[in-house]
Write a protein that binds this ligand. Structure first.
Ligand code: MRU
Length: 350
């Protein structure tokens, strides 16, 4: 097995990000030492995936703190609030981003002592969020094994987008479950939806599987229903960007239609996500903000324009899968039915 992929590495006072916009063609690393550059990296999806952008934003908070030139505590915190706001403006849907920024701000406000002490505490917070996410993903992977169907013994699993190492601190959520299944000899093959328009499945999930020797079949999104009808898929496992208190789940556009098709064919549909992805402040998925991205993502593939001039576009980056279509939500504390989520409330701490 190859060594795991870590999309975010803190090294020599810089954050090193794998540039996910270049994969799989080129493995490139971008060095970030300013909060503004981190915000741009999140917005342009150099770093992407809900837990990964949370980790990146926490480092962004630290980098921003190092750029503030004042010895006055109140002024420092005021400027740090502005850094937080800049990072919050990058992507609206994944709650991990807001969760990580809130945790960093709380650290800053609660750290007594000098500005240097606050900066040091912010770096520790970012490193803790990163280390915790890695452990969390490994736990999600292992918890997932307990709910995957036991028949057949070796499964073919379908996933959407990329909820792998690249989308987290490492290991992945949905792909973490798949990794654990592979490790335990419970997996025959993964089907990866290509995930239009940005192709995270075809590019990133496929790349991660190849790195690790996991057999992978890439299909276009429109082929999933046919594959389920042909009994090629034993279960579907996807990640999440934000889960409302009732279990409604926002994830990459196309997830909802997969869940509908899964229900129609009686195939279990699992969401794998850390507790930090659950937003107990939102009662239902109707309140989840859905990011809309540039129309160029639709009308252009690579350098080639595929649509005629004179048409309109609609490019929501996420959709919401209603809780009733979800078989179970797999968290680091165990797998629960969506309606059991409130029981996890006490375990979610900012
Ligand atoms: O737009 P992206 O690539 O950031 O969207 C990513 C997803 O939708 C993932 O499924 C989700 O963030 C879970 S990542 C563990």
């Amino acid at each position: 097995m190859n060594s795991p992929v870590y999309p975010i590495v803190w090294q020599e006072n810089k954050v090193r990000l794998i540039d996910q916009t270049c994969l799989p063609g080129k493995y490139a690393v971008v060095e970030i030492s300013r909060a503004e550059d981190m915000a741009r990296a999140i917005k342009t999806m150099i770093v992407r995936g809900a837990p990964a952008i949370g980790v990146a934003a926490a480092y962004g908070m630290y980098l921003g703190a190092t750029e503030i030139e004042t010895s006055d505590r109140q002024e420092f915190l005021r400027q740090l609030d502005r850094v937080a706001e800049m990072l919050r403006q990058t992507r609206p849907t994944a709650v991990n981003l807001f969760w990580a920024i809130a945790r960093s701000l709380k650290t800053a406000y609660e750290t007594l002592g000098t500005i240097a002490d606050i900066r040091a505490a912010l770096l520790t917070t970012a490193q803790n969020i990163q280390a915790e996410d890695l452990q969390t993903c490994q736990a999600i992977g292992d918890r997932g094994l307990t709910v995957l169907p036991s028949n057949p013994q070796k499964l073919t699993l379908l996933t959407h987008c990329n909820a792998g190492s690249l989308a987290t601190a490492g290991y992945g959520t949905a792909l973490g479950v798949i990794r654990s299944a592979w490790r335990e000899n419970r997996l025959t093959r993964v089907f990866a939806d290509e995930t239009r328009p940005r192709l995270q499945g075809a590019k990133l999930t496929a790349w991660e599987c190849v790195q690790e020797g996991i057999p992978v079949t890439v299909i276009t999104d429109s082929m999933a229903a046919h594959c389920l009808k042909e009994n090629k898929i034993d279960a579907i496992v996807v990640g999440a960007d934000r889960i409302a208190a009732n279990g409604d789940t926002a994830n990459k556009i196309g997830t909802y239609s997969l869940a509908v098709v899964a229900k129609a064919h009686n195939v279990p549909f699992f969401v794998a996500a850390p507790l930090s992805t659950i937003d107990f402040e939102l009662a239902t998925g109707a309140e989840i903000p859905i990011e809309e991205r540039d129309s160029e993502e639709i009308y252009q593939i690579g350098e080639t324009r595929i649509c005629p001039q004179g048409v309109e576009y609609y490019n929501p980056a996420f959709d919401v899968t209603p809780a009733e279509l979800i078989t179970a939500i797999i968290t680091e504390k165990g797998a629960v039915k969506p309606e059991q989520l409130p029981q996890l409330t006490e375990q979610v701490a900012v």
